[in-house]
Design a protein around this ligand. Sequence first.
Ligand code: ADP
Length: 171
Amino acid sequence: MTHNSKQPCEPRIAVYPGSFDPVTLGHIDIIQRAAKQFDKLIVAVLNNLSKNPLFTVEERKELLRQTTSHIPNVEIDSFRDLLVNYMDDKQGHVIVRGIRSVTDFEYELQLASTNQKLNPRVETIFMMTNPKYSYLSSSMVKEIARFKGEVVELVTPEVETALREKFNNID
Ligand code: ADP
């Protein structure tokens, strides 16, 4: 009997971590493009108590689920552990991050270098923003929505509604 030394191919799993408070069209663009490159893309909401989020982790996950339901290989999750440990738990190979500017790059380089040191098994890859979203951030969206400005071209209708409800309840 001939022995086939080839192992069955492991699925390529990537993790896109972030605050997603809330998810914007810039994030969705990265999710769509990254999902094409891997067997599975886990979008992981960071449960970080030191930031002061507008939406709870559950709300952020629900908005991500609604806005990515058309992409079959995307899974929504959250984590509070160190990212590199979470990568081990999920058997993830690659961390995906988006870059909008030189300012993003400096911070991301520091983050990727630290993660590389902590867990050399895991690679970080960067995806350049779609130029039409290069100025777009969750904090800008929140600022506009807080003052009842128009966010239709920045987020999905579900997120727009959630922002309106949130600020109506706060004000
Ligand atoms: P974090 O607090 O981890 O920066 P964010 O939710 O703000 O979380 O962003 C998550 C990731 O998405 C980061 O890599 C960020 O650079 C990227 N990102 C945010 N907005 C955009 C955008 N408009 N275009 C491309 N990437 C983006």
